[in-house]
Design a protein around this ligand. Structure first.
Ligand code: CTP
Length: 401
């Protein structure tokens, strides 16, 4: 359908980038990126006429179309001057596609597959991406790749670890000289933060974090940073606990990386930590979470570490105002199993406990719509958390009494 449409408009369309790579690796990838030789805005607007949601950047000649069911497809124009093609032209690609692919980071990411009807499924691979996938190596397209875009250092390490590839020798040399040459130092806080966020959203972020340490990336980004055994254990636990809790917290995924960032900083002295946090230029809300993660671990251990207490309702009261990302961090960072168990109990169960009776039930039981209802519901919740009231009948009896 995408290809038919391109064909009708006299353009050529290709799927490109990570999805082609992942196709060959047999990995899922839900990001569909398309490049057209022609005019992406015109291609996109043709879907608008069919009533689909389309957004267009005229200036960059890119945009997005959302298909029924929510599938989002990004469409870009192959850079360089654009031509229109007679549909019957037999060649599969032209210079503008080659040029577009050449701007990219690694050979394995610089492949395209034609989706036009007449040439459907034809692989376009100018730079040996297929071969490098076979050799399991990650290789830049040219020697200036990291200079053009130093965030590729972090991308490269991330992809290397995720895909089980190895940085090819010359690429590794270029990467090291980019790190040593201080190019990362000039990255803006925002770009750095975006890359870190991506790295820490990986399913297992520790290997990449370790590799960054080895290659001296942390040292140039956050001078003085220490990542040792405690950090490693915390990363590992974070990875393991994540799956258990994220379902329950709306919007948690957007902040979970802050727990990993805190783990990265936890073994470093206070001044190094603060400098690192400042370096990313985080918005106040996120900054606050990281600072709280690091500064309150001791207090949390003190409060939740007792042999016989605290009760469930006390755990609840203590953690309810903390961000789930901070709770997650504390549960992974603490060396004390009681503390860990109690926080995980909060994150998996306690946080969503409420009384079985609702406000409406209380009105039926004869409480007018007074402010007292809120207080009673809160009391019922506490008694339920502590297992004193077990079912609805208990609650009704308690309220009557
Ligand atoms: N790209 C690049 N340089 C960057 C970022 C991206 O050359 N700094 C190119 C790569 O060719 C990449 C494509 O843009 O394949 C799309 O980028 P993105 O969607 O971020 O990457 P994916 O390769 O799809 O990786 P992921 O699986 O992490 O989404």
């Amino acid at each position: 359908t995408l290809g038919e449409r391109a064909e009708k408009l006299g353009m050529r369309a290709y799927i490109v980038g990570g999805i082609v790579r992942d196709l060959f690796l047999g990995r899922d990838n839900l990001d569909l990126d398309i490049v057209v030789e022609g005019d992406a805005p015109r291609f996109l607007k043709s879907w608008e006429k069919d009533g689909l949601r389309v957004s267009v950047h005229e200036r960059y000649k890119t945009g997005t179309v959302v298909f029924p069911g929510g599938k989002k497809v990004d469409v870009a124009t192959a850079r360089r001057e654009f031509y229109e093609f007679p549909v019957a032209q037999p060649k599969v690609f032209t210079d503008s596609l080659k040029h577009d692919l050449y701007r990219r980071d690694f050979t394995v990411n610089a492949m395209a597959v034609s989706i036009n009807q007449s040439t459907w499924g034809v692989l376009v691979d100018f730079f040996g991406g297929r071969r490098d996938l076979g050799k399991k190596i990650l290789k830049v397209l040219h020697n200036l790749s990291f200079v053009e875009d130093p965030t590729r250092v972090l991308r490269g390490i991330r992809l290397e670890q995720r895909l089980g590839l190895a940085l090819e020798d010359n690429t590794l040399r270029l990467l090291r000289s980019c790190v040593r040459g201080g190019l990362l130092v000039r990255l803006s806080g925002f770009r750095l933060r975006s890359e870190l966020e991506l790295s820490f959203r990986e399913r297992f972020p520790y290997p990449a974090a370790k590799r960054m340490e080895e290659l001296g990336v942390w040292e140039v980004l956050f001078p003085g940073l220490r990542l040792g055994e405690t950090g490693r254990r915390t990363f590992r636990r974070l990875g393991a606990f994540l799956g258990r809790i994220s379902r329950d917290f709306p919007d948690f995924r957007g902040r979970q990386w802050l727990a990993f960032f805190s783990a990265l900083l936890m073994e470093s002295p206070e001044n190094i930590r603060l400098a690192a946090i400042d370096r990313l230029n985080l918005p106040e809300s996120e900054r606050g979470i990281v600072v709280k993660c690091l500064s309150e671990l001791g207090a949390v251990e003190h409060e939740l570490g007792g042999r016989s207490g605290p009760s469930n309702s006390q755990i609840y009261a203590f953690l309810r105002d903390a961000d789930p990302a901070a709770c997650l961090f504390w549960s992974a960072a603490t060396g004390r199993w009681r503390v860990r168990r109690r926080i995980l109990l909060y994150l998996t169960r306690l946080h969503r406990t409420s009384s079985l009776l609702k406000g409406r039930d209380l009105i039926e039981l004869g409480y007018g719509a007074t402010p007292r209802i809120g207080a009673i519901l809160e009391k019922l919740k506490i008694l339920r958390l502590d297992g004193i009231l077990e079912n609805r009948d208990d609650e009704v009896r308690y309220v009557r009494y």
